[in-house]
Design a binder for this molecule. Structure first.
Ligand code: ATP
Length: 310
C-alpha cells in the first residue's frame, strides 16, 4: 500500500532568522563551537514546492541572487529529501522547486530554511508522517540552524545552536536589513574568530566555559521592548565578519546614525540587521540606506516556522 498523499504537490514556507544574541564559546574537539544564541524568525521566506518524481531533482529561483546555490546533492533541501526517504524507507523520489527571498550566504539561515521546508513538504507529499520529534532529529542532522527553521518564533539555541528551548516573546520587532551581493562563508568567519582570539588571547575565561544568553535579552524579548533589546543585542561573530569585510563597519555606522535603535551583523554576516522602533521608523531608515546605495530589505519578527501553505 502506498502512503503517498493524493495531492500532486505540497508547498511549504519556512522563515529566515536573525540571531539577536550570539555568544560563541570554545572550539570543541569535533570542530564545532559551543554556542548560546537567541533566534528570531523573520518575514523573509523560502517556499519549497515538492512534486512526485522518480528521482531527486531541484530547481532554484528567487527575489535574491541565486547564482551561488548548488542544485546538486550539495543542496541542503535535496539532502533533506534524501535523508527522509532513507530514514523512512520511502521508495520514490521528489522534484523540489525552491523560491528564495533570504539572501544567499547572508547569515540568515536561508539554506537551513530550505532544508526544514523540504523535510515538511516531503513528509506531507509522501505521507510518511514521521512526527515532530523525528523531524527535529533529522533537521539537527542536516545542520545546526535547521531545527530552528522548523520551529520558528523566538527560541534559545545551545550546544551547536540546535538544542532549542522556547523563549517567551511578545509583540513585534521591526528590522531593516542591509544585504550584500557577495556572501561570507560561515566556516571562514568562525576560523577568523579563532585566529582573532588567539592573537588577543580572548578565549572565554574557564569560569565561563558554557556560553549563556544574557538575561537582559530574555527580559527584552518577554517585554516586547525594542529599545531594551537594542541595549542588549550582541554577536560574537561580528568582530570576525568585520575583519573579513571592513566595509560593513561603514554600513553599521550609517544605520546607527540614521535612526536605528541598534545594528548588528546577522549570524556570520555579511547581512547587517538594524532594529527600528516602529514600522514607520523602519521605512524611513530603509529610504536613507537606499539613498546611500545600500541594498535594503524590510522584515519583522517573530513569525512562524516551516508550515504547509498549499
Ligand atoms: P548559515 O545557516 O550557516 O548562517 P547562511 O545563511 O550564511 O548560512 P545559506 O544561504 O544558508 O547561508 O548558504 C550557505 C551556503 O550553503 C551557500 O553558499 C551554498 O553554497 C550552500 N547551500 C546549500 N544548500 C543551499 C540552499 N538550499 N540555499 C542556499 N545555499 C545553499
Amino acid at each position: 500500500m502506498s502512503l503517498a498523499s493524493s495531492e500532486p504537490q505540497v508547498r511549504v514556507r519556512a522563515p529566515g532568522k536573525i540571531n539577536v544574541f550570539l555568544e560563541v564559546g570554545c572550539r570543541q574537539s569535533d570542530g564545532y563551537h559551543q554556542l548560546a544564541t537567541a533566534f528570531q524568525a523573520v518575514s523573509l521566506y523560502e517556499d519549497v514546492v515538492a512534486t512526485h518524481a522518480d528521482g531527486f531533482t531541484l530547481e532554484v529561483e528567487g527575489t535574491v541572487d541565486v547564482s551561488g546555490v548548488p542544485v546538486d546533492d550539495r543542496n541542503l533541501a535535496l539532502r533533506a529529501a534524501r535523508l527522509l526517504a532513507a530514514e523512512t524507507g520511502y521508495g520514490g523520489g521528489v522534484h523540489l522547486d525552491v523560491f528564495k527571498e533570504v539572501p544567499v550566504a547572508g547569515g540568515m539561515g536561508g539554506g537551513s530554511a530550505d532544508a526544514a521546508a523540504a523535510l515538511v513538504a516531503c513528509d506531507a507529499l509522501w505521507g510518511t508522517r514521521v512526527g515532530q520529534a523525528e523531524l527535529h532529529r533529522l533537521a539537527a542532522q542536516l545542520g545546526a540552524d535547521v531545527p530552528f527553521a522548523l520551529k520558528g518564533g523566538t527560541a534559545i539555541g545551545t550546544g551547536r545552536g540546535d538544542e532549542l528551548s522556547p523563549a517567551l516573546a511578545r509583540g513585534r520587532f521591526d528590522w531593516v536589513l542591509a544585504v550584500n551581493e557577495e556572501g561570507l562563508s560561515t566556516p571562514e568567519v568562525y576560523g577568523a574568530l579563532d585566529r582573532h582570539r588567539e592573537r588577543h588571547r580572548l578565549d572565554i575565561a574557564p569560569t565561563r566555559v558554557v556560553p549563556e544568553v544574557d538575561a537582559g535579552v530574555l527580559q527584552a524579548l518577554r517585554a516586547g521592548d525594542a529599545a531594551m533589546l537594542a541595549e542588549t543585542l550582541r554577536n560574537d561573530l561580528q568582530v570576525a565578519a568585520l575583519g573579513l569585510r571592513p566595509d560593513l563597519a561603514e554600513t553599521l555606522e550609517l544605520g546607527e546614525s540614521s535612526g536605528a535603535l541598534a545594528g548588528l551583523v546577522s549570524g556570520s554576516g555579511p547581512t547587517v540587521a538594524f532594529l527600528a522602533a516602529s514600522p514607520e521608523d523602519a521605512a524611513e531608515l530603509r529610504d536613507v540606506l537606499d539613498a546611500a546605495g545600500r541594498d535594503v530589505l524590510l522584515a519583522h519578527g517573530p513569525v512562524r516556522g516551516a508550515r504547509v501553505v498549499g
